[in-house]
Ligand binder design. Structure first.
Ligand SMILES: Cc1ncc(COP(=O)(O)O)c(C=O)c1O
Ligand SMILES: N[C@@H](CCCC[NH3+])C(=O)O
Length: 409
């Protein structure tokens, strides 16, 4: 969202009010230019090595976003058969898609492998089954749990000892035994530490663990360091310094490759870094309630559309796009769901009036994809603004959509 000299917020020159008038409210709006800029920054930071980006599409599966990713040379990481199908619909070849499951039924892995995707094996039983089923005929990666705790919230840390994800690095002997028993073709090691990681330190720590572990696997082509780069949710928030991280990881990766004896590919799987800042959730103020204790701003949305504040206590910056120069007042911004769904407490906003359009920033990742139909509410429409043009890329739901799977109507 840009603020013009005339104090008007716009997305590539288009006013939020115009978007809401054309496409309705609430509305997810993605700025394609921001996605391109973020991908380019990551590509630049790692230009010294053979790096591939695998977009973690659990953060945003809109087909228009996936197609944009494909167009700019970004490949895909998926976690379910549904995401795999969406990747294919967006035009990806199956071999450009990595499947990183977490304790899924083995038939899902079989189908993904048979479709041509590459799997990150995340447990010893799955590794054993993979060996029995495919022997050395299909390549795979192994997801290692490095036992390192990092991330912006306990719920989004995925590599500490207590986390369910991956195979503990302490089980290396057992991994090697199974690999040897079935002659499994291990072409890569993978790890994902968590989400919202600012400092270079945890990335370097897990990289070193993975590089050390990699020495036990002679046929590697890939080291996959996952995603997790921090974005700026709060104005002034420190974010991952991509240039610094790029320099540091590049140096260590080059050293590792020369010790390993071959140049490998370095993969990353960012979700947030690529799409979070591109997304705004536009909502309309339904009621302003001046309570003796607090001023409440109710909007036509709730935790059904953006669950991050209630799930992780996440901060999303809010703009009053209808009254940018109004006098600031403190508000609790809340939803219309019959459940506590506070988006922001004691937030200072330019005076909010009924009908004002608010923008929740940084809603491009884990916004729509984590939305629901709680309270039989429809999910918002989605719009992609690219090359100065706004295009509807998902229509708003209707009652028919909600009733589609119910029987006995
Ligand atoms: C395996 C894996 N890769 C990548 C990601 C993307 O994380 P982020 O959106 O923080 O970059 C996740 C989500 O946490 C994940 O579980
Ligand atoms: N859904 C989380 C990040 C990804 C967690 C999944 N590993 C968030 O909104 O911050």
């Amino acid at each position: 969202m840009q603020l013009s000299d005339q104090n008007q917020y716009t997305i590539q020159g288009i006013a939020p009010a115009q978007l809401v008038e054309q496409f309705g409210s609430p509305l997810y709006v993605y700025d394609g230019q921001t996605i391109r800029r973020k991908a380019a920054a990551l590509q630049k930071a790692f230009s010294g090595v053979n790096m591939k980006i695998k977009f973690a599409c659990k953060s945003n599966t809109n087909l228009a976003v996936l197609r944009l990713m494909r167009e700019i040379g970004v490949e895909l990481d998926v976690v379910s058969p549904g995401e795999l199908e969406m990747g294919k619909l967006a035009g990806y070849q199956a071999n450009q898609i990595t499947f990183t499951p977490s304790g899924v039924p083995f038939y899902e892995v079989k189908e993904a492998v048979e479709a041509g995707a590459i799997v990150n094996v995340d447990s010893l039983p799955l590794l054993e089954w993979f060996g029995q089923t495919f022997g050395n005929t299909k390549p795979c990666l192994i997801r290692i749990k490095p036992n390192v705790a990092a991330g912006g919230h306990a719920k989004i840390m995925t590599a500490h000892a207590d986390s369910k994800f991956g195979i503990s690095v302490l089980l290396l002997d057992q991994i090697l035994e199974i690999v040897k028993k079935y002659d499994i073709k291990i072409i890569g090691l993978h790890q994902h530490t968590g989400s919202d990681i600012k400092d270079a330190e945890p990335f370097l720590k897990v990289a070193d663990i993975l590089f050390e572990t990699a020495k036990h696997f002679p046929d590697l082509e890939i080291v996959d360091l996952g995603g997790g780069f921090k974005v700026s949710y709060m104005p002034g928030d420190a974010i991952t310094d991509m240039e610094l991280l790029g320099n540091k990881i590049t140096a260590r990766f080059k050293k590792f490759c020369s010790e390993y004896g071959r140049e490998l590919q370095l993969w990353f799987e960012p979700g947030k870094f690529l799409v979070s800042e591109s997304g705004n959730l536009l909502v309309t103020t339904t009621v302003v309630k001046e309570d003796p204790a607090r001023n409440f701003v109710h909007v036509d949305s709730g935790l059904n559309h953006l669950i991050r504040p209630m799930m992780y206590g996440s901060y999303h910056h809010i703009l009053n796009t209808s009254n940018p120069t109004g006098e600031e007042k403190p508000y609790n911004v809340v939803g219309y769901i019959c459940e506590t769904d506070t988006f922001a407490s004691d937030r200072h906003l330019p005076e909010v009036r009924q009908g004002d359009i608010l923008a929740f920033l940084n809603a491009g990742a884990y916004g729509f994809t984590m939305s629901s139909n709680y309270n039989a509410r429809f999910r918002p429409a989605e719009v992609l603004v690219d090359n100065g043009e706004a295009r509807l890329v998902r229509r708003r739901e209707t009652l028919e959509d909600l009733l589609l799977t119910q029987q006995g109507l």
